[in-house]
Design a protein around this ligand. Structure first.
Ligand SMILES: Nc1nc2c(c(=O)[nH]1)N(C=O)[C@@H](CNc1ccc(C(=O)N[C@@H](CCC(=O)O)C(=O)O)cc1)CN2
Ligand SMILES: Nc1ncnc2c1ncn2[C@@H]1O[C@H](COP(=O)(O)OP(=O)(O)OP(=O)(O)O)[C@@H](O)[C@H]1O
Length: 194
């Protein structure tokens, strides 16, 4: 048998980068094509799955995200984390090609517009999350994440002093066979798709 059997062909990076760009557009289009009321139901189901997976959140810091472009809306779950004695946090882009910083967020906190007009907490010291919930654009069979192409999550995970539990969240339509993982890509620990 071919000793390479089972290993995938790895195209050169410029080709992969072009492919990822096209794949992002396709996957975001599919996500937005899911009717809003179905997405709302999916968001509730994802929150339940996160509770089953993560368990007691008291005393733990969980980073989420402010949803846009059809991402699951986990803001009600963020409020429930806060209500159970956990700390919810949101990512903040400080600069391109730099790691994200996380700031604690409680419902009602003042927000300001960050990159792409995504709201971010206007004030507060950085926190280090125990759990990072990352929205998927795509996810592959080995739990490598395709995001929006900024490389922010990979850079952030590489920069944290202790590795958090990383959970990707999204819809079943976002599964793909491979993202052609590169040395900078860090696989997620868990994936919750509905
Ligand atoms: N809701 C939500 N908030 C989030 C994220 C997310 O995925 N979802 N992020 C997760 O990381 C961070 C923002 N991610 C971003 C990723 C890329 C670009 C960006 O400017 N992209 C370039 C294309 C890059 C390329 O293809 O080379 C662009 O649009 O011009 C901006 C923000 C933080 N906040
Ligand atoms: N730890 C890192 N150090 C240096 N460069 C990095 C690192 N992680 C990612 N990059 C660079 O960031 C760029 C985008 O990476 P990639 O295609 O993996 O983004 P993504 O995971 O889809 O985006 P995001 O995490 O923002 O949602 C690539 O050019 C990559 O080389």
């Amino acid at each position: 048998m071919d000793h390479d059997a089972g290993r995938q062909h790895m195209p050169p990076w410029p080709e992969i980068a072009r492919w990822r760009k096209a794949e992002r557009e396709r996957l975001i289009g599919e996500r937005l094509a899911i009717p809003a009321d179905r997405r709302a139901g999916f968001s509730v189901a994802i929150a339940q799955r996160l509770d089953a997976l993560i368990g007691d959140v008291a005393g733990r810091t969980v980073s989420l995200y402010w949803p846009f472009r059809g991402e699951p809306d986990l803001r009600p779950w963020a409020a429930s984390v806060t209500g159970r004695g956990g700390v919810a946090a949101l990512p903040v882009v400080i600069a391109k090609a730099q790691p994200l910083v996380f700031r604690a967020y409680r419902p009602g906190d003042r927000l300001e517009k960050g990159v792409w007009n995504i709201p971010v907490p206007a004030e507060g010291d950085p926190v280090i999350p125990d759990v990072v919930v990352a929205p998927l654009v795509g996810v592959d069979d080995r739990r490598f994440r395709l995001g929006y192409g900024g490389g922010f999550f990979d850079r952030t995970l590489a920069s944290l002093p202790t590795k958090p539990l990383v959970v990707g969240v999204g819809y079943a339509s976002q599964h793909i066979a491979t993202i052609y993982p590169q040395p900078h890509d860090i696989p997620m620990d868990e994936v919750v798709t509905v």
